[in-house]
Design a protein around this ligand. Structure first.
Ligand code: 4FV
Length: 247
């Protein structure tokens, strides 16, 4: 996957993506991330990229010219066959990011991210260039760089080959629409705290049943909203009926 990040602060986005799994994915050539500094495209003498908002109010708004010209330069090579390239802008007004949207973005060959900073960007950029306005949650940040790093991380790990099979995402939270069961590793007895015995029983069927029950319990407790869209077996429904009766 080819990713282009248009930003005033490339180092913020780059930092968390240049370590561990996502760093390896880049070295293996599974993803290619290019950072393009919007400021380099400013036509103004002092490379100005922001201005006061029309209508008044606090904070600065990123002006359209540097972003439009930066975008033009960025799409030049990816747009060779005039494909409709997904262009993502992060703001609290966007569609709330989740695993389903990550899986959907992971199917694309290329993605462009525009990072806003300060109060945000001129609406004309969003109306003309952005295909996906995405929020990572109901809070306000100083810039779109961290949300963009979050989205790239979540998307990149879904690309085949990025995770080894030991890190597979097939079983984890949200993949099946439920929260994940708890994990344990060695030692069996850590300062008197023991691992649930079923996990070392070697009985794979019982382990599977225990894990499913734990997933249902924690989802019921913390995120009952997720149960509405989860695919549930008759056995699962019995477990949930029991939990409802005893809560
Ligand atoms: C945000 C969020 C967010 C608003 C203006 C960046 C900031 C500034 N993005 N989820 N929450 N964005 O707070 O995605 O440009």
């Amino acid at each position: 996957m080819r990713i282009k990040v248009l930003t005033l602060f490339p180092e913020i986005v780059k930092g968390p993506l240049d370590v561990s799994i996502i760093k390896n994915a880049q070295e293996k050539g599974l993803i290619d991330i290019e950072y393009i500094n919007i400021r380099d495209f400013s036509d103004s003498k002092h490379k100005k990229v922001d201005d006061y908002p029309y209508g008044g109010g606090a904070g600065m708004i990123m002006t359209p010219q540097p972003i439009f010209d930066c975008y033009q330069a960025a799409i030049k090579d990816v747009m060779a066959n005039n494909e409709d390239i997904r262009t993502i802008y992060c703001s609290p007004k966007g569609k709330v990011f989740n695993q389903e949207l990550a899986l959907n973005l992971a199917k694309e060959d290329s993605l462009i991210f525009i990072c806003g900073h300060y109060e945000g960007i001129d609406q004309r950029v969003i109306d003309s260039l952005v295909t996906d306005e995405i929020s990572i949650g109901d809070y306000v940040l100083t810039g779109g760089e961290l949300p963009v790093a979050v989205i790239i991380d979540a998307v990149a790990r879904l690309i085949p080959g990025v995770l080894g099979q030991e890190e597979s995402f097939q079983e984890e939270s949200f993949y099946s629409g439920l929260l994940e069961y708890p994990h344990y590793t060695r030692p069996y007895d850590f300062r008197g705290l023991e691992v649930p015995s079923v996990l070392s029983s070697g009985n794979h069927k019982e382990i599977e049943k225990w894990r499913r029950k734990k997933s249902l319990e924690i989802t019921f407790e913390r995120r009952p909203d997720l149960l509405e869209n989860a695919s549930l077996s008759d056995e699962d429904k019995k477990t949930l009926d029991f939990l409802k009766k005893h809560s």
